[in-house]
Design a binder for this molecule. Structure first.
Ligand code: ATP
Ligand code: MG
Length: 239
């Protein structure tokens, strides 16, 4: 089988906060068009890893290659303009601005094709079009998560990093969010998802990395890991 090209290749990446080693020599790859998940308990290092990719946290050691280019020491705005985005944990939005203003800010680093991108976001999230002049802070939690995703898509990413999109949302909304992630992937976006909801993550992704105290403990195809007794016991409630 022909090997697919990597869009992201991480080698021996470590992230530390003073004495705390949050990420320890992690190797991880995402191929073009692939949907990869990252699961693990509280404090396993998932968010730290995503932040390091975006240059929000400094890589203590190791390399991060995006489309073959080493981005491990680049500034976040430069990384975003290369085609990477992070949908952060906790659907962070600018709550006193309107929905449309939030989306406009998402296009800040990649302003070309603004109208086209906006229409694409409205196709994925019709509710954002309906609420475009509404103050973002008055949206429901699920709508705020959609706005956070829509804003990231406005930067025309090639690879989408998503951190715990299901956090604090009702089950029906969680399903909706995961359906949209699947749709985005089928449309050609590569995705790296960090998620504590291991079941949803494994059901939706092609491959998965399991993180344990900063290290990659297990990796494999999601369809196989979902039936793995060890994974079922530790991350899927033993069911
Ligand atoms: N800004 C920070 N300063 C100091 N320690 C931090 C900081 N952010 C994270 N940590 C520590 O780094 C480790 C990894 O945390 P991280 O948030 O990356 O894990 P996580 O897998 O995303 O967890 P969760 O599932 O709770 O979101 C933890 O021990 C955490 O306490
Ligand atoms: Mg986290």
């Amino acid at each position: 089988m022909k090997k697919k090209n990597n869009i992201l290749k991480i080698e021996h990446l470590s992230v530390t906060y003073g004495p705390i080693k949050a990420v320890k020599k992690v190797n991880l790859e995402v191929s073009q068009g692939e949907y990869v998940s990252l699961i693990g308990a509280n404090g396993a290092g998932k968010t730290s890893l995503l932040k390091a990719i975006l240059g929000i946290e400094k890589a203590e050691e190791g390399n991060i290659l995006f489309l073959g280019e080493d981005i491990s020491r680049k500034a976040t705005d430069k990384i975003v303009s290369l085609g990477l985005c992070l949908i952060p944990e906790g659907h962070i939005i600018f709550s006193s601005m309107t929905v449309l203003e939030n989306l406009q800010l998402g296009a800040y680093h990649n302003p070309s094709g603004f109208e086209e991108n906006l229409q694409r976001v409205f196709t994925y999230f019709p509710i954002l079009k309906k609420r475009s002049s509404q103050i973002a802070g008055t949206l429901s939690g699920g709508e705020q998560q959609m706005l956070s995703m829509g804003r990231a898509l406005m930067s025309k990413p090639k690879l989408i990093l998503v951190d715990e999109p299901s956090l604090g949302l009702a089950p029906k909304t969680v399903t909706e969010i995961f359906d949209i992630l699947g749709e985005l992937n089928r449309e050609g976006y590569s995705i790296l998802l960090a998620e504590q909801n291991a079941k949803k993550a494994l059901e939706s992704s092609h491959r998965c990395y399991v993180m344990k105290t900063g290290e990659v403990a297990i990796t494999g195809f999601s369809s196989e890991l979902i039936d793995d007794p060890q994974i079922r016991q530790a991350y899927l409630g033993g069911s």
